[in-house]
Design a protein around this ligand. Structure first.
Ligand SMILES: C[S@@+](CC[C@H](N)C(=O)[O-])C[C@H]1O[C@@H](n2cnc3c(N)ncnc32)[C@H](O)[C@@H]1O
Length: 461
C-alpha cells in the first residue's frame, strides 16, 4: 500500500508520534458493520433472531460488527425485509449523534445512498418528515430504494443542488445533516481507488464544495434547530476549517457539545485558522484509536429568533378515492395510519402524504410521500413500498415463511410459490413475510402464489 505522497507528508505532521500507529492500520482489514432498523425491529428482538455473530459498536446502540469472511448480510432474507443497513461503523456516528425528536422536519442534504437517511428516518419513528436530497440523480435512485426497503413513508426524495433547496425551504428544518462530499481519507483502507481520487482532486476542491453547501444549509435551518456536519476525511481544511467557515458567515450558529465515546478525539483548534477553542466540541474518529475507518463530526445550533413565523406547507391536489383502491385499502388496518384525505393522485399513481410535508413545488422529486400503488383498468396494484411500509399485522391476508424455507429465496427470485395444504390464505393479494417481516406482495389463487415482488429488487444469485 502506497499512500499519496502529499497526503503522507501532511498526515505525518498532523499525527506526529501517532503516525506509525496510523500506518499500522493498513496491515489489517477494514471493519464491517450492520445497523438495525429500529423502525421495524427492536435491537433486543433482532439479537434473538440474528443469523450472524455480532459484536456491539460501542458508540451506536443499534450498530454491530460482523465478520465479513464468515457472513454476507446482503444475501440474507432479513436484508430484503429491511431489518438492517450494511454500514461501516464510524459512518454510523453522525445520525446517532443528531438527536431527532418526534415530529421533527429533517433534511439530509447529501444523502445518497442513504446510510444516514435510513437511520434519521428510523429515529423519526413514523412522525415528522424527512427530506432526503442528493445532487446526483442516479445516486438519489439508490437512496430512494434504501428508504423504501426500510419501510419509510414520511419522506420525500429530491435531487437538487443546495441553492435550489434553500430557495424552497428557507427556515424550514428542525434538524439538518450534511454528510459532505469530501476527499475520503477515511476510505483509503476500503478502496485504493480513493487514493487515486485523492491524488487527482486533493482536498481544496471539496473544501470549496463544502462551504457552498454549508452556506445554503444555514438558511434552511429553523431558529433553535440543529445542524450536523460530517466528513469521512481527516484533512483540517475540510474539517476544522469548514466549521470555522460556517461560524464566520452566520453569527446565529454556534457549536454544541454531544456525547462522545471515550476513544473519539476532540476537534483540534490548532488545525483551524482562528485557533477558536470551541473547535474541541467537534470529534474526529481515527482508525488507530477506534474500530472504524474514520470520520469527523461537528454539531451546531442556531439561536432562537422571536420574529420567526414558520414556512408554507404542502398544498394538495384533491383526489376522490377510486373504487378499486377503496376495496383494497379495506384490507389495511387503520393502525397503518393511511388517511384517505391525504392521498394524491398522479397519472393513476397514488401517494400518501404525511402531515407536516413542506411545500416541495418546483423541485426535482424522485418521490414525495409513500407510493401506495397504481390504479389500472378495473384494479388497484399495491406497490413494493407499501408492502415494506406495513407491519405484518396491518394487512388481513398474510403468509409468513421461516427464513430457512426455500420458498423465501424462490419468492425473492421472482418465482411462483406454492402454499401447503394447511395454510389457509384468502385468494387475492397476500403480504408475503419472512419470520413475520414483510418482503412484498403475491396474488394467491387456490394455494398458488403468483409472484408480485418488484422485478428490479429481485435476488440475483
Ligand atoms: C459522503 S457521500 C454521502 C453518503 C450518505 N450520506 C450515506 O450515508 O450514505 C456525499 C454525497 O454528496 C453528494 N453531493 C456532492 N456534491 C453535492 C452537492 N453540492 N449537494 C448535494 N449533494 C452533493 C454526492 O453525490 C454524494 O452522494
Amino acid at each position: 500500500m502506497t499512500l499519496p505522497k502529499a497526503f503522507d507528508e501532511r498526515i505525518r505532521i498532523q499525527l506526529g508520534d501517532e503516525y506509525e500507529d496510523y500506518i499500522k492500520c493498513f496491515d489489517s482489514d477494514m471493519y464491517h458493520g450492520i445497523r438495525v432498523n429500529t423502525s421495524k425491529i427492536s435491537v433486543e428482538d433482532f439479537l434473538k433472531i440474528s443469523p450472524f455473530e455480532l459484536e456491539p459498536v460501542p458508540w451506536t446502540k443499534n450498530g454491530f460488527y460482523y465478520d465479513h469472511r464468515k457472513y454476507t448480510p446482503s444475501k440474507h432474507p432479513y436484508y430484503y425485509a429491511g431489518l438492517y443497513y450494511i454500514q461501516e461503523p464510524s459512518a454510523m456516528t453522525p445520525a446517532s449523534v443528531l438527536d431527532i425528536e418526534d415530529g421533527d422536519v429533517v433534511l439530509d442534504i447529501c444523502a445518497a445512498p442513504g446510510g444516514k437517511s435510513t437511520e434519521l428516518a428510523a429515529k423519526l419513528n413514523g412522525t415528522g418528515i424527512l427530506i432526503s436530497n442528493d445532487i446526483s440523480n442516479s445516486r438519489a435512485k439508490a437512496l430512494l430504494k434504501n428508504l423504501e426497503l426500510f419501510g419509510i413513508g414520511n419522506m420525500c426524495v429530491v435531487s437538487e443542488p443546495p441553492n435550489n433547496l434553500s430557495k424552497a425551504f428557507e427556515g424550514t428544518f428542525d434538524k439538518i445533516l450534511i454528510d459532505a462530499p469530501c476527499s475520503g481519507e477515511g476510505m483509503f483502507r476500503k478502496s485504493s481507488s480513493m487514493m487515486t481520487a485523492w491524488e487527482n482532486n486533493g482536498t481544496e476542491l471539496f473544501a470549496g464544495l463544502q462551504r457552498g453547501i454549508l452556506n445554503e444549509a444555514c438558511k434552511m435551518l429553523k431558529p433553535g434547530g440543529k445542524l450536523l456536519y460530517s466528513t469521512c476525511t481527516f484533512s483540517p481544511e475540510e474539517d476544522e476549517r469548514s466549521v470555522e467557515y460556517l461560524l464566520s458567515i452566520d453569527d446565529s450558529m454556534h457549536l454544541v457539545d454531544f456525547p462522545k465515546y471515550e476513544k473519539f478525539d476532540d476537534g483540534n483548534p490548532a488545525w483551524g485558522e482562528t485557533g477558536n477553542p470551541e473547535l474541541v466540541k467537534c470529534s474526529r474518529l481515527w482508525p488507530h484509536h477506534v474500530k472504524g475507518e474514520g470520520h469527523f463530526i461537528a454539531l451546531f445550533e442556531k439561536d432562537q429568533d422571536d420574529s420567526y413565523r414558520g414556512n408554507s406547507t404542502y398544498s394538495f391536489k384533491s383526489y376522490r378515492p377510486d373504487e378499486d383502491f377503496i376495496a383494497f385499502i379495506k384490507h389495511v388496518s387503520e393502525s397503518a395510519g393511511i388517511k384517505t384525505d391525504r392521498i394524491e393522485e398522479n397519472n393513476g399513481r397514488l401517494y400518501y402524504i404525511s402531515e407536516g410535508m413542506p411545500d416541495v413545488k418546483g423541485l426535482r422529486l424522485l418521490r414525495h410521500g409513500l407510493f401506495l400503488g397504481e390504479v389500472k383498468k378495473n384494479r388497484f396494484e399495491p406497490s413494493q413500498s407499501l408492502a415494506m411500509y406495513l407491519k405484518s399485522d396491518q394487512f388481513d391476508n398474510v403468509v409468513s415463511f421461516l427464513a430457512d424455507d426455500i420458498r423465501v429465496i424462490k419468492y425473492l427470485k421472482g418465482e411462483t410459490v406454492e402454499l401447503e395444504d394447511d395454510q389457509d390464505i384468502e385468494n387475492g393479494y397476500v403480504l408475503v413475510c419472512v419470520d413475520g417481516y414483510p418482503l412484498g406482495w403475491a396474488k394467491n389463487n387456490r394455494g398458488v402464489l403468483k409472484n408480485k415482488y418488484l422485478s428490479g429488487w429481485r435476488m440475483m444469485s
